[in-house]
Ligand binder design. Structure first.
Ligand SMILES: Nc1ncnc2c1ncn2[C@@H]1O[C@H](COP(=O)(O)OP(=O)(O)OP(=O)(O)O)[C@@H](O)[C@H]1O
Ligand SMILES: [Mg+2]
Length: 405
């Protein structure tokens, strides 16, 4: 991919990160439960031991009666001495027995706790295996499925890592037919990502440039610096060496720039700042636009009307919101907050429906759901996410129309 031109590289490790995060959290929860049960068992054992010790130390009722009887009877001196001796012997025997009992009790208690500890360790280990197996079995529904596209005439299936928009096969088909493609759809539906995945699927390098009203010609065709050195562009590299070139937001570009591009697309020969270059056979152009080239609307103001000549050079593929992909991506970004993500998705999709029905010029894109899920995972509450990511910047009249407080 071209050095600084695309933000999409960061999405790649999501699958691995999510998997290990889910396993870690489930394991922690299970372990906490075992620890709690352990503490309860330990408390019970302590109570039982304390009770046994109390029993051992208490003097039986019959012994007390006997002692009172001995105290109150008039004995001869000899008899008193004898009694004292018997009492001494008796007391030292009791002391000895008590010591032995306490030792036994202590030993039993130690063995008992050691056994608990051992069982607990075994249990935790078994549980970890079970939790992991359970999660592994649930993961396919949670994580992006690898995508395999089988095109007619293609020698092998095309494998794409991660989740993909349902229109990816159409895009691959058009590119294999060497058509330049214009992806049209509302904001955040995954158009730019589609272009990147198509490049990956075709095994080609990926280059990207986002067009704006003031994007100069030099960003596309290159320029000479004050020392007479030519500086190339992502477009030049894709054109000359082959690769997928993403021209993001074509309908936001300057009409003069688009005119120059028309020629390069039609003739497959382009006048760069330094020389004429013929297109590589593997040069593919994917452009994206939020409008069908018919000019700005209330939502996408300032968009250019693309002239018929430009539009005529593109195969147009519509990229609507893929709600299944939106759901998968949102959940993958917040593995520890499934119920909050569900609520967020429901709310974003509900507002999207109202905006659509009432023709309100506001956008509730899948980007809101995905970024919202990231915020939830980072610890934000659902209310904060709705305020920061969904309702932010809406006028009072739009809020009222949406039925928001
Ligand atoms: N298949 C995918 N896998 C992972 N993330 C995706 C995928 N598709 C889209 N996304 C994420 O969804 C968000 C919107 O995608 P993207 O930028 O491609 O939309 P877009 O249609 O080009 O939007 P815009 O019209 O505003 O340019 C991004 O954060 C992107 O990383
Ligand atoms: Mg885009």
């Amino acid at each position: 991919m071209d050095g600084n031109s695309s933000p999409y590289e960061t999405e790649r490790p999501v699958q691995e990160k999510t998997r290990s995060e889910i396993v870690r959290i489930a394991y922690e929860v299970a372990k906490q439960q075992i620890d709690r049960r352990d503490r309860e068992i330990e408390e019970l054992a302590e109570k039982a031991a304390a009770k046994a010790t109390r029993g051992l130390l208490s003097v039986p009722h019959r012994t007390i009666q006997k002692m009172v009887e001995i105290e109150t009877t008039a004995w001869t001196d000899e008899q008193e001495r004898q009694i004292a001796r018997v009492q001494d012997e008796h007391e030292s025997r009791i002391a000895r027995e008590r010591e032995e009992h306490e030792e036994l009790l202590e030993r039993t208690r130690r063995d008992y706790f050691a056994e608990i500890e051992e069982t607990r360790a075994e249990l935790v280990e078994k549980l970890a295996v079970l939790v992991r197996a359970e999660i592994e079995s649930q993961l396919p529904g949670l994580l992006p499925e690898p995508v395999q596209v089988l095109l007619p005439e293609a020698p092998r299936p095309i494998n794409i890592e991660g989740a993909a928009h349902r229109t990816l096969p159409e895009l691959l088909l058009a590119l294999r037919a060497h058509c330049h493609v214009l992806l049209v759809g509302p904001a955040g539906t995954g158009k730019s990502m589609l272009a990147k995945q198509a490049a990956e699927g075709l095994g080609l390098s990926f280059h990207a440039l986002s067009l704006g009203p003031t994007t100069p010609m030099s960003k596309v065709f290159g320029y000479y610096d004050a020392h007479g050195n030519y500086h190339g562009t992502p477009f030049r590299r894709a054109f000359e060496d082959g690769g997928v070139m993403l021209l993001d937001e074509l309908d936001n570009g300057h009409p003069g720039l688009l005119g120059e591009l028309n020629q390069a697309l039609a003739l497959r020969v382009c006048a760069f700042a330094d020389k004429m270059v013929t297109a590589h056979p593997d040069f593919h152009l994917v452009a994206t636009a939020n409008t069908f080239g018919t000019g700005g609307d209330q939502r996408y103001v300032g968009r250019q009307t693309l002239d018929a000549a430009t539009l005529d050079r593109f195969t147009m593929i519509e990229v609507p919101i893929d709600t299944k992909l939106e759901r998968r991506l949102a959940h993958a970004h917040a593995p520890s907050k499934p119920s909050e993500v569900k609520q967020l998705l429901k709310e974003v999709q509900r507002l999207r429906g109202i905006a659509e029905r009432k023709h309100l010029p506001v956008v509730f894109s899948p980007r809101a759901s995905i970024d919202g899920a990231k915020l939830l995972e980072a610890g934000a509450t659902l209310e904060q996410v709705m305020a920061w990511r969904v309702f932010r910047g809406l006028s009072d009249s739009h809020r009222n129309a949406l039925g928001a407080k």
